[in-house]
Design a protein. Structure first.
Length: 507
């Protein structure tokens, strides 16, 4: 799995605690800092739409073939991008932004390159033959970016729960686990303070690094609900764990995250995972997806953060793309109720715009845009032109991918007998070692159409279909268009029924 998929599976990453600095001139981020107190933002200054540009050049004999920008944000509707480098090693990424971001892109060799970018601004960098990035003079947070590129791995933000002895893991309670995560977090934050002094980071850089580290370490809390049952875990223990996981008082660690601070949005990758883990936690999952009243969701949020006002995390989660699309598919429009529990003018306006797009609906199919991703897809699917093609993007390191494949043996056999529908599996070389790929395919899917692509081609397809996580599925019509709506997974018991329903809706 690549850096992001591994990051997802291991439940890592996120943002940082509070620092401060006197505001320079009023810029797109127009932040006022005060020493040893939290940053104060004005929404009208922080949230500004515009295109940010990252451009530069890679020097040396081994220039990467492509760059990949994951495009994460708190709302699950980011804009993933990739660019092919020119012969001289130059590149240019144009990124639609709604606020300043501190994030990164990766190259073909999976090396990270950080940047701080504001809407309407340009960051210029040069990457030398040694792989080190140099930023143009005056680039915001350049010192922090250089450190993140080369030394950030020395900061271990993940609590290694898998190193807990199995006998101890079988009986550990959620409060005990949370206490360990808190102790780990305290140690990492002390390390951060030392790094800030040693590297002479500016107050703004320190502010970002503390926020990033604080959020990344806080995310460890959510890993507990995914711990496997061990021999020795009694039914009584399991019941108590579920009770604790649904108790807001047990999430005290999250109270260190200022629920009104807009800095969190400037850390898009971490904020994406925070929104994901928060919304699917035992505490919030049923309240959100079993459609409890918004007032009940707000009450749980207030109990978690100990505040009287809704957190920006909850307000971001309420307008997550997956949640809203699933509600509209069920014809459940809860706009007025949701807006009533939000207090951020900008987030309320964004929610209203998203809902309006959903109300307008989507066409049943869409044509792919011209570009390298479409060219790659057309070449790969040429042998199946005139048929419906179900695409399954997967890797051997992806647990849910393997589950879908291994549970669908009978279904796949039925599809192979069909004349108008084929399943095409697509894996990329960076995420699936060749030896592992061949062994898995031979054992589990020897009769399937399975494509093993150079990573550049896999990335271009992921940009074309705007996905980072796998498994990911698409349905291609006989004339090469792409079906919209909910595409079923292979393990869905009503897979063929759902596919037929989509096809009937398009005819």
């Amino acid at each position: 799995m690549n850096k992001v998929y591994g990051f997802v599976a291991m439940t890592v990453m996120a943002l940082i605690a509070l620092c401060v600095m006197p505001a320079p001139t009023a810029s797109a981020s127009s932040i006022r800092f005060g020493k040893d107190r939290e940053a104060v933002y004005k929404e009208s200054a922080f949230f500004k739409a515009g295109t940010g540009i990252v451009e530069g050049r890679f020097e040396g004999p081994k220039v990467p073939g492509f760059l990949e920008y994951y495009g994460y944000n708190a709302f699950e509707d980011g804009n993933k991008q990739a660019c092919l480098l020119k012969e001289d090693g130059s590149f240019r990424l144009e990124i639609p932004l709604e606020y300043p971001v501190f994030t990164y892109f990766v190259d073909e060799n999976n090396r990270s390159f950080y940047f701080y970018l504001e809407p309407g601004k340009t960051v210029q960098m040069t990457v030398g033959p040694d792989g080190k990035a140099q930023y143009a003079e005056g680039t915001p947070c350049a010192n922090l970016c250089r450190w993140m590129n080369t030394s950030s791995r020395t900061l271990d933000t993940q609590y290694r729960y898998w190193e807990i002895p199995r006998s101890e893991l079988a009986t550990i309670s959620f409060p005990d686990y949370a206490a360990r995560v808190k102790e780990h977090q305290a140690g990492v934050m002390k390390q951060v303070d030392s790094i800030i002094v040693a590297e002479r980071f500016s107050a703004k850089e320190a502010h970002l690094l503390r926020h990033q580290t604080l959020l990344r370490t806080s995310l460890n809390l959510f890993a507990f609900s995914h711990l496997p049952d061990m021999p020795g875990t009694t039914e009584e223990m399991k019941a108590q764990r579920q009770k604790d996981l649904s108790d807001p008082a047990q999430y005290e660690l999250l109270r260190q995250l200022d629920p009104k601070d807009l800095t969190w949005f400037s850390l898009p990758t971490e904020m994406y995972f925070m929104s994901n883990r928060y919304s699917f936690s035992p505490l919030m999952r049923d309240r959100l997806y079993v459609l409890h009243p918004a007032a009940e969701i707000l009450a749980a949020d207030k109990a978690i953060f100990g505040k009287k006002a809704p957190s920006v995390f909850m307000q971001a989660v309420l307008q997550g793309a997956y949640l809203l699309e699933s509600e509209f598919l069920k014809k459940q429009d809860r706009t007025d109720e949701r807006l009533a529990v939000m207090d951020s003018p900008w987030l309320k306006a964004r929610y209203a715009r998203t809902v309006e797009r959903l109300r307008q609906g989507k066409p049943a199919v869409y044509a792919l845009p011209d570009g390298p991703g479409t060219d790659i897809l057309n070449r790969l699917l040429e042998p199946y032109r005139g048929k419906w093609v179900y695409l399954d993007f997967w890797s051997t390191g992806c647990g849910p991918c393997r589950v879908g494949i291994e549970r669908s043996k009978e279904l796949r056999a039925r599809v192979r007998e069909m004349e108008d529908l084929v399943i095409v599996f697509i894996a990329g070389r960076r995420d699936t070692p060749e030896k592992t790929y061949k062994s898995y395919v031979e054992k589990n899917m020897p009769d399937e159409i399975s494509l093993y692509l150079p990573q550049k081609e896999f990335v271009m397809l992921s940009v074309l279909f705007q996905f980072n996580g796998i498994p990911h599925n698409e349905l291609v019509t006989p004339d090469g268009k792409i079906a919209t709506g909910r595409i079923p997974r292979l393990e869905d018991k009503t897979f063929l029924e759902l596919i037929d329903r989509i096809r009937e809706g398009i005819k």
